[in-house]
Design a protein around this ligand. Structure first.
Ligand SMILES: *Cc1c(COP(=O)(O)O)cnc(C)c1O
Length: 228
């Protein structure tokens, strides 16, 4: 077996044990393969091993890979910070966006979603750790944002996403994920998605109700951000 296929089977075991430990069906947790910085060939490999959903953070990089992988029935998720001038291409080329954190971006995505396509699936990114990270709406602003986004015609609000401050402390990981879950429960909206958990904290996220785990390193190996 190749490394990626090995990694996938180890990861599937982690997801399954975490789900069972939480009294959940393993199938209620979906895997999003996060392929930023990795070549199209790595995505081809993970698809051959049975993965269908791919997450990318950078628009130009994602579009280049989509072009190379046209022949595969992949589902593309945008998970990175979004600038206004990128919304048109995102609305045209993705099935999901996990990182919407302000109304202006949601309005543009709705306006720019092509007529022939299904509504764009949206998760609102929330800053649950409260550290001054650049991304995510403040929990206090979430109810109004969610209500406004749910009313946009060409979007389908699916749920919430968070990237908590990294920590190895399991209790702290769970506390952050639990706060996202409670925020979602507090919204009076029909949401079915909690996008939370990465390579180092997926067990805690699954214990607190994650429906998507977004996994890069544990599937594709460490990323190299050095000069190309
Ligand atoms: C890179 C990234 C991931 C994957 O992180 P790993 O620790 O490599 O699993 C998940 N979500 C987002 C938003 C990311 O940017």
């Amino acid at each position: 077996m190749s490394t990626i296929a090995d990694n996938l089977s180890a990861l599937a075991n982690r997801i399954e044990s975490a789900a069972r430990a939480a009294g959940r069906e393993p199938a209620s947790v979906q895997l999003l393969a996060v392929s930023k910085t990795k070549p199209a060939s790595a995505i081809r490999e993970i698809h051959a091993a049975g993965v269908r959903d791919v997450g990318e953070n950078y628009l130009q990089e994602a579009l280049a890979k989509q072009d190379e992988l046209r022949d595969l029935p992949l589902i593309w998720h945008f998970i990175g910070p979004i600038q206004s001038n990128k919304t048109k291409a995102i609305a045209e080329h993705f099935d999901w966006v996990h990182s919407v954190d302000r109304l202006k971006i949601a309005q543009r995505l709705s306006e720019q979603r092509p007529a022939g396509l299904a509504p764009l699936n949206i998760c609102l990114q929330v800053n649950v750790s409260g550290e001054d990270s650049k991304s995510g709406c403040a929990p206090a602003d979430l109810p109004a944002l969610a209500k406004a986004v749910a009313a946009l015609p060409n979007l389908r609000l699916r749920g919430l996403m968070a990237i908590p401050e990294p920590t190895e402390d399991r209790a702290a990981q769970e506390a952050a994920f639990a706060s996202l879950r409670r925020l979602q429960e507090g919204l009076d909206l029909d949401c079915d998605t909690l996008s939370m958990g990465m390579s180092h904290d997926l067990e805690a996220a699954i214990a607190q109700g994650a429906t998507w785990v977004r996994i890069g390193t544990a599937l594709f190996g460490a990323r190299n951000y050095g000069p190309a």
